[in-house]
Write a protein that binds this ligand. Structure first.
Ligand code: DON
Length: 591
């Protein structure tokens, strides 16, 4: 690892190299859509990257995308709570202080590693309403109706966050729901002072907020966008959270909160019913697991595609000397992109909710499958995506947020949860005070037609009643020789997978510290569109030229993702916390 770091240090300190800076935020389908972008911080320069240092702590660490939520987590740990107590407190706090993404109106996944050695996975992903059908997003002619899955109540899935957080607390926490929800309720009732990083995100949807009086009343300041220094107070949300703190999961799924959402849905052409809420369940299972250079990756299984796709990519690149080639080198980018292209083709063809479809994970992650895919990679040329299909043959049968916590005992939690777009549907049911998701857009609206993240998916992920849409969210935990090594994950729609993967590779193969790994400019390919997305600063002119000669087409995108990660440095034993600088309102803190 040390040798690799030297190579990386040489790369980043070579300030004289000219960098292919370009900026474009394309809006068409050949782009990473705005939903996945976080243009709230300038790109990372090489000098900044070389100098990037994580926050260090000896006992415990919390990293979230909003500094007040980080404080909540640290306080719970200092009061003697464990990582799950802190995670639930943070989950509710982010719903208040990071309302674009933190939520009680959406869903997500948790990977929990217990200090005793066991690792478990919790799926609290939204489900499609019972009245949903495979063609709800199509017109009578079978054409996908633009915006139906993202801007109407048809896009709302049955929320899972409240049941998920409460189930985690009940099974593995030590504190009461009232205790862990108290900080969130206080932040909602008393309000909090907005920083520039907070208002930058709010401003992305000010125009939408203005359309709905009940949203405008909370998220606009007398009709005007909030500015840094203003106080955001959310009394309706405080009330909703109090109902949950008092009445538990039932209060959300069987009481006035569900009734308010169902009423709003009925009044606006949606499909949600009280039965959808009453029938909602969360699911405990095992994470998807793979080995890479002595590290064990424990990540999210279906209905997330994240863990499987990350592991498939790792299986493909395993024999290549990534570390010798170096971060940002022609060869490392070439083989990484080719592995991504093939793994995303499989993702989009074969993966879906395991309660409805068979996911051929063992086959996708087998060494034989990886070996077969490697033979299709031309060492000198990019493979056009059109030449790649789901590789097992025919099928047989923005916004989001990540937080990572390690407690003094060594328990670790990685959670990614989402309402899909920034502020989800952009609508709030009555006086509930929380944004509803538009997660139904993650389903295949029609096979072959890209969703809003440009993902071209198949029938396996079609809408069905009670089904969970395929996700890319990849909260992950990495172990080294059985010991906790890394807690990582990110928002960013389809780019979540490459962002999370690269946070691991940057440390394991390229010798970066956690902050450098999180800040390092990223690369992403998702099969279709047949483009390689790069953040400014990744490619030198020479590297870009060499790759273009091999057939690559690049799209430089200012930034995406927000990896909030923790590394247990095996050399120092210290925890390295890294808030992604693309989310400047966030913070890593520990003790
Ligand atoms: O579950 C998924 O894959 C998406 N709904 C995540 C959306 C997302 O990350 C948007 N933000 N960047």
């Amino acid at each position: 690892m040390r040798k690799a770091f030297l190579a990386f240090a040489v790369f980043v300190s070579c300030a004289a190299m000219s960098v292919a800076f370009a900026s474009s935020t394309p809006q068409n389908r050949h782009s990473i859509p705005q939903q996945a972008l976080d243009a709230t911080a300038p790109p990372t320069t090489r000098a900044q990257l070389a100098a990037a240092r994580p926050v260090l702590a000896r006992h415990a660490m919390v990293v979230t995308a909003q500094h007040l939520a980080t404080r909540v987590g640290v306080d719970i740990l200092k009061q003697g709570g464990n990582a799950v107590d802190a995670a639930v407190a943070v989950g509710y706090a982010l719903a208040v202080v990071h309302p674009c993404c933190g939520n009680i109106g959406g869903g997500g996944f948790m990977v929990l590693h217990l200090a005793k050695g066991k690792t478990v996975f919790l799926d609290f992903r939204e489900k499609a309403p019972l009245k949903a059908t495979p063609t709800i997003f199509q017109d009578a002619q079978g054409n996908v109706v633009k915006g139906r899955s993202t801007h109407t109540y048809l896009g709302v899935g049955v929320p899972g966050t409240v049941m998920g957080l409460n189930a985690a607390l009940k099974k593995y926490g030590t504190m009461s729901l009232k205790q862990v929800m108290a900080p969130a309720i206080k932040l909602a009732r008393d309000g909090f002072i907005l920083r520039q990083g907070d208002v930058n995100i709010l401003h992305t949807r000010s125009k939408d907020f203005a359309q709905y009086p009940n949203v405008a009343k909370i998220f606009l300041n007398h009709g005007k966008p909030y500015q840094a220094g203003d106080r955001l107070v959310q009394p309706q949300l405080a009330h909703t959270l109090e109902l949950i703190a008092k009445g538990g999961t039932r209060a959300f799924y069987r009481g006035s909160i569900a009734r308010a959402v169902v009423k709003a849905s009925e009044n606006n052409g949606g499909l949600l019913s009280m039965k959808d809420f009453a029938d909602y369940t969360v699911q405990w299972s095992k994470p998807v697991q793979c080995e890479y250079r002595g590290f064990t990756i424990m990540s999210s299984p279906p209905p997330s595609s994240g863990g499987t796709t990350i592991c498939e990519i790792l299986q493909i690149i395993k024999p290549y000397p990534m570390s010798r080639w170096g971060y940002g080198s022609v060869k490392a980018i070439h083989y990484l992109v080719e592995a991504e292209r093939r793994a995303f083709a499989d993702r989009n063809t074969y993966l879906g909710d395991p309660a409805f479809v068979h996911n051929p994970i063992a086959k996708l992650l087998s060494p034989a499958h990886a070996a077969k895919l490697r033979t299709t990679i031309d060492p000198d040329k990019a493979t056009p995506s059109s030449q790649i299909k789901g590789s097992l043959g025919p099928v047989e049968g923005m916004h989001t947020t990540q937080f990572s916590i390690v407690d003094p005992k060594g328990n670790a939690v990685s959670i990614t949860y989402t309402i899909n777009y920034l502020y989800g549907l952009g609508q709030i049911a009555g006086n509930t005070g929380f944004f509803l998701n538009n997660e139904m857009d993650d389903f295949t609206s029609k096979p072959g037609v890209p969703n809003s993240f440009g993902l071209v998916q198949g029938k396996v992920n079609q809408v069905e009643p009670g089904k969970r849409p395929l996700s890319s969210m990849s909260p992950s935990i990495v172990l080294h020789q059985g010991k906790l090594f890394m807690v990582t994950g990110s928002p960013g729609g389809s780019t979540i997978i490459s962002t999370t993967l690269e946070s691991m590779l940057n440390v394991i193969d390229f010798g970066m510290n956690m902050q450098q790994s999180v800040d390092a400019p990223r690369v992403h390919n998702q099969w279709y569109p047949d483009l390689v997305f790069v953040e400014p600063g990744l490619l030198t002119d020479t590297t870009r030229e060499a790759l273009e000669k091999m057939g690559y087409r690049f799209k430089v995108v200012r930034s995406w993702g927000a990896d909030e990660a923790i590394l247990v440095n095996p050399h120092t034993g210290l925890l390295e916390g890294a808030n992604d600088r693309r989310r400047p309102a966030g913070m890593a803190a520990g003790f």
